[in-house]
Design a protein around this ligand. Sequence first.
Ligand SMILES: Nc1ncnc2c1ncn2[C@@H]1O[C@H](COP(=O)(O)OP(=O)(O)OP(=O)(O)O)[C@@H](O)[C@H]1O
Ligand code: SF4
Ligand SMILES: [Mg+2]
Length: 389
Amino acid sequence: MRFGCGVSSHDRSGHSRHTAHFRTLQQTDNRGLSAREALSAVVGVPASPSKWGGARLRGAMADLLDVKGLETRFKTRDGVVHAVNGVSFSIKEGETLGVVGESACGKTVTMLSLLRLIPAPPGKIAAGTALFQGSDLLTMTEEEIRHVRGARISMVFQDPMTSFNPVLTIGRQLTEPLELHLGMSQAQARERGVELLRMVNIPQAEDRLNDYPHQFSGGMRQRVMIAMALSCTPQVLIADEPTTALDVTIQAQIIELVKRLRDEIGMAVIWITHDLGIIAGLAKRVLVMYAGYIIEEAPVKELYGNPLHPYTLGLMGSLPRLDDQEHRRLVSIDGLPPTLYEKPNYCPFAQRCTYVYERCWKENPLLLPVGVDHRAACWVDVKAGSHRE
Ligand SMILES: Nc1ncnc2c1ncn2[C@@H]1O[C@H](COP(=O)(O)OP(=O)(O)OP(=O)(O)O)[C@@H](O)[C@H]1O
Ligand code: SF4
Ligand SMILES: [Mg+2]
């Protein structure tokens, strides 16, 4: 399975958008270009943001993606893993949502479920809706979801190696979707492939098109994956730990590129990371996940300044500052999360929580408002030191 550019020839707006603005950088060294200029050349984003970025942003700030009650399970030999347990969130045009949480809490499975990329069996989306511009991603036909995936919602995968075909060159994998979906000739697609590689700072881009995925370092594969994901200027970019394997300079450039696209064309971004510094500089709102649940959600300033769930408090360790330039990782918390072989009818954090009391073992708290745009799933008001109703 490959998820390159993936723009459908039926996606008329996407198609014309790309072909109309396409120009090549044949004799240009685009290392000297700004991100916007490079993108203008590579993916058809106008160099002037006012051309259509503004128009797209002028529209009503309706939810672009609205997920409700998402549940995903895996049937394994040891039992049914309840990986995602009633996750609900939404995102608007141009918004950036950070997603944090320790390993195996369901971040990746949530996003793969939205794109219907869960292997079935053993996986199954058991409940929920995911409205993308009013259409439910979870009940679309295969044909319809293929037109969304890669083109309108694209994803940078956590492990790019599993997303490339090991027996095809990077060039083939970059250019095939451009030929298929944007109707480019082989030569045009190859030229554009070179530009895409340059955009993410792959040296000797022309030669590297002939190489196979295993001939690239992990960081380079990650950058190629980012270029592929951005190549169609998607409306929603899901980035799953996209910059972990990259050195800080490249990391900063990629983040800058994504920010510009977000601001200029109104692309919504869902950014999964363990890096609190990235979240502080990029996201407007943050979801904190634990054991397949969202256990806290708040605007980034509010979450950093006023975390209200004991898990978030623990995760943050010494509280990060919003102007923190350090790439501080989430702190690990003593103890282990529950196995997820059953959907708990108690608070899933109870085993590890210092605030636990008897109600926590009897009822799983719902995610409820605890402030302005702030929701938390906890029976205790940790600030007031009292129990919630
Ligand atoms: N194909 C699968 N079969 C069985 N269980 C799976 C499968 N894929 C994921 N899971 C389980 O689903 C749960 C959530 O996994 P997920 O990959 O979403 O975690 P994550 O939050 O992205 O973690 P990390 O930060 O390590 O990437 C885990 O318990 C995982 O073992
Ligand atoms: S509900 Fe109870 S166990 Fe769960 S996080 Fe709150 S205080 Fe801790
Ligand atoms: Mg993951």
